[in-house]
Design a protein around this ligand. Sequence first.
Ligand code: FES
Length: 683
Amino acid sequence: MADDPLVIFTPSGKRGRFPTGTPILTAARQLGVDLDSVCGGRGICSKCQVAPSYGDFSKHGVTVRDDALSDWNAVEERYDRVRGLKKGRRLGCQATVQGDVVIDVPAESQVHRQVVRKAASDRAIVMDAATRLVLVEVAEPDMHEPSGDFERLQDALKEQWQIEGVTAGLPVLRKLQPALRKGKWQVTVALHRAQGAATSQVLDIWPGLHEGGLYGLAIDLGSTTIAAHLCDLDDGRVLASAGIMNPQIRFGEDLMSRVSYAMMNPGGDVEMTRAVREAINTLAVEIAGEAGIEPALIMETVFVCNPVMHHLLLGIDPVELGQAPFALATSSALDMPASDLDLDAINPQAQVYILPCIAGHVGADAAAVALSEEPDRSEDLVLIVDVGTNAEILLGSKEKVLACSSPTGPAFEGAQISSGQRAAPGAIERVEIDPTTKEPRFRIIGCDLWSDDPGFAEASAATGVTGICGSGIIEAVAEMRLAGIMDATGLIGSPGQVGTPRCEATDRTHAYLIHDGSAGGGPRITVTQGDIRAIQLAKSALYAGARLLMDELGVDHVDRVTLAGAFGAHISPKHAMVLGMIPDAPLDKVTSAGNAAGHGARIALCSRAARTRIEDAVRKIHKVETAVEPKFQEHFVNASAVPNAVDPFDILNSVVTLPKVHYGAAGGDGSAGGGRRRQRQRS
Ligand code: FES
């Protein structure tokens, strides 16, 4: 009615008139204001907290008197006494309208609150998890009107929450009767509703109000490591992150050798499936322990993975992925019970969502990168490379997005490098070489000092200098090129040509000595000619993939480059450019997105809308198969030069000077093994 009090909600701005005595939660529901409630207004969950404002609000045209809301009632007083209510807060289900009022709904009281990501990007996740908690009061059984306890639970959900057609599996039915009786006919249920599904499923049930929360795992299932974030499904917070090695390594370091293992050994795929599922169970228990929660409270798991891992996780023989035309059993997103994947460490009714694969070589991990980095919403043309054993490459803008994968091999991870090692304390991660003296200095993981800083020996004593990791080898090779120790074809000069005894003769080639720890029993760390060739192969594959996509789109430059992947986070843009790993672009437009695949998994865990979004986006991504494109080989050979034999790299040349040195007969062999047969591998 016109003279009923006016209730204005912020930040939504929604407003309406309600009769005196209307609870704020009721007003919010009628206006479609996003105000949370688990207990349905019974005053026990505290999810409905609001902050009323008093005084003159000329902006809204109202004056809010001190008595605009009902006085504190016994429920609020008890809650404040037992749990404490923040100053200025009221329980929306208890406070009633007495006059015109302005009500702020704080972020933590919104169901669809925004969760700001920690990543460099400022995009937020809007919470919309597939599983939520609701408290219901179920009618007691009546001999004269016999009905099952579950049927009465269904009736209660329909009446109290307008949720119809709810189903439950046997593990829930087994818990139902004791829960109802212990909770005096009041129970909390975890309700799961997949995006687009017509019905909900009860995943678990607790007597009374369940206050232990609900959790989910976002898992990036890589061929080398399995990394997981444990997230709170209520507010999206990451409570713990952990990773373990993928035990399938014992069947083959790279994915193709695992596919071969499956081909050569009957039942080999089953063995690998069992191994990875066991590892995921172990990881789930570990990460839940770290966060201090029961693994049984993990109700959802999202996986992102490359196509081979995808098939091995699902128990599908990956043999078709090892040969052209690289057909996937399915590229669609998948919803399934976790029990289908033998994930018995988490809740027996937990649900799994697997992102869609883009193509036979471009997996759900690349889809997760696309979800996180949103190239399809970009105004400018962005190249996104997820650097790993196999590089996943996305190029595009809101007009069109293309994707391919390129077999970079494990050199960027420090494998196949003579002094290479994984990124761990003691590994050289940064290198600088003085262009005049040709003397190097470096930094190792776990120590903030450079090797020529006073105190480095003491500070690094605990770990020693043990080897060189992926980002370290990239910097070392790029610095060797900048200092004129190596020429554009990748040949290392002799001590006489370069003018330093650090260039050492080894058989018919040379190596550059970065660190000699032999006096103290440590290793001699050198960059050999073989190391340079391995890096050239890897970077040529990456660059050729990117160039192929640029050809396909008809462009010869990109506006910006995003380096994704844990390794991408540590690559220096300048060194990557000197090496010619990525196309020429302004250095300040080359940024790191961190573990974008992991972020994508977390977004899909927290938001059903994001699942729909990426499923639609993936359908529109144009896939390019590098293996069948003759142009790939041409770009690959050109890219073996450092930075490139034909592409000009004008922007790079405006910021660095690349010495014009030649160390081989007729400029060296320059082949970088470009004609060598490449094996397809994935991260
Ligand atoms: Fe649960 Fe208000 S809705 S306390």
